[in-house]
Each structure stands twice: as C-alpha cells, then as structure tokens.
Design a protein around this ligand. Structure first.
Ligand code: SAH
Length: 248
C-alpha cells in the first residue's frame, strides 16, 4: 500500500518528462515523421527501379543525408505542407526542386567519398547542394538565374553549410578554377553532355546528367572517366528536368 502510493507520483513524473521530451523533439522538428515516411518511400522506389538503375538499395550515407536535410526550408512557404511529398515542386522563375527520389538516386550514382570535391550545375533551391554537403568535403554549385542563386546561397549560409561555394553563371563551362572534381552532377537537362564538364572530371571521377531535349524523353546518364581519360557511359532512368540554358 505504502509503496504503491509512493510509486505513483514517481511514475507520473516520469510520464510527464517523457511527454515533455517528446514534445520538445516535435517542436524542434515537426516534420520528423513525414521525413521518415518519405525515406521509406524512396527506399521502396529504389527497389522498384533497381533493375533499371542498378541501385536497388541506396547507400546508408546517402539515406542518412536525405534524412537530415530539412527539405521544407528549400521549398516556397506556399508548398510547405508538400515539402516531404515525393514530388518535384515549383521554386519560382519557372524552375523546380527535384523529386526527392531523384535527388537520392543521382546522389547514390555519384558514389561519393567523404574527401571528395563535387561540382553541381543548377543550384536551384540549394536542396541537392545541401544533401551533397552532408556527404563530402567540398561542394561547388553554379546557378544561372541570379535571384535564384542569391536566395539559395543565403539559405545555405543561414542553415550553416560552410562547405558549399556557390556562383552565379553558366555552368555549361564548368568551374575551371575549382577543377578537377571527383564528381559532377547536372540538375538540368542538356541535349549533349557539355565537353568542359567531362574535361573537369578527375580520372576515376563520375558524372550524373540528364541528357535530352526539353520536348523529348530525357535519360539520366552515368559517366565514368577512366584512368586513361576515356569515358564510359551508362544510360539509366527516363527523367524530366528543366533545360540547361545558355548565357548568350
Ligand atoms: N538542384 C536543384 C534543382 C534545380 S532545377 C535543387 O536541388 O533545387 C535546375 C536549375 O538549373 C534551375 O535553377 C536553373 O536555373 C538552373 N540552370 C539551368 N541552366 C543552367 C546553366 N547553364 N548553368 C547553371 N544553372 C543552370
């Protein structure tokens, strides 16, 4: 009897602490559950497309990066409630933030190592750059639309990413001063692979790029530069990206 009376308040206090702790975590990250569900969906899609992509399971580091980056910060406030839906969303200026599954796939196909230097063409919202920055030493990202590039650079700074260097410009020519790169990711579709990007890849380096005209079906291409400088190319999934535009 005595022990029961004594125990109850203790249990109640513990319950309260647990509730507060849970509430605290929720308040810090109200999207945690949605993000976890998105990760499951990405894993399921990876399995479904594995025969075509050669990647039925994405690497643990890639998935951890996807679990960490707050996608809701990279989409316009209007679309906040859809931030963790597995779909692309408009980010203004006719551009889009890619579908999360595609971000995960392209990242996985790059086979990144922690010490790598990666070049991204098409900063857009900055989301893909943030995912890359969780995985490698240095990320360089180029955006051609000035206001888009300025906004994403400011957001990435605000989120504390110190290993991302951004630039406004035409990524068709790569970033010679920062080259060569261990990996290059192009997040806009080009009818042909820009030769400068191939040139700025290290031997052993990998490039993932959607190839095709705006009106046609585009395919993700995975290119590997061999030790002798020759290039091997594999065609992966059909995709749909905004076009890689050129500065006149
Ligand atoms: N990686 C982005 C996806 C952005 S969509 C994200 O995570 O949100 C593609 C982006 O490529 C657009 O912002 C577009 O303006 C940009 N882009 C198109 N052509 C470009 C070029 N030649 N050089 C650099 N950026 C370009």
């Amino acid at each position: 009897m005595t022990s029961e009376i004594k125990r109850r308040p203790v249990l109640r206090t513990l319950g309260l602490i647990a509730a507060l702790a849970g509430g605290g975590a929720q308040a810090q990250d109200p999207y945690a559950r949605e993000r976890a569900a998105l990760l499951q969906e990405i894993a399921a899609m990876a399995r479904d497309t594995g025969a075509e992509t050669g990647r039925p399971v994405f690497g643990a580091r890639v998935m951890a990066a996807m679990a960490k980056v707050p996608r809701h910060r990279f989409v316009p406030a209007l679309y906040g409630s859809m931030a963790y839906a597995n779909r692309p969303l408009p980010i203004g200026h006719g551009q889009t933030i890619s579908q999360p599954y595609i971000v995960a796939l392209m990242t996985d196909l790059l086979d990144l190592k922690p010490g790598d230097a990666v070049l991204e063409i098409g900063t857009g919202s900055g989301y893909q750059a943030a995912v890359l920055a969780e995985l490698v030493d240095r990320v360089y990202s180029i955006e051609i639309i000035e206001p888009v590039g300025k906004d994403s650079a400011a957001l990435l700074r605000q989120l504390g990413y110190k290993n991302i260097e951004t630039r406004i410009g035409d990524g068709y020519n790569g970033w010679l001063e920062r080259s060569p790169f261990d990996a290059i990711i192009v997040t806009a579709a080009a009818p042909q692979v820009p030769p400068a990007l191939v040139a700025q890849l290290k031997p052993g380096g990998r490039m993932v790029i959607p190839v095709g005209r705006e009106s046609d079906v585009q395919f993700l291409h995975v290119m590997v530069k061999q030790a002798d400088g020759s290039i091997s190319t594999q065609r992966s999934l059909p995709v749909r990206f905004v076009p890689l535009t050129r500065n006149k």
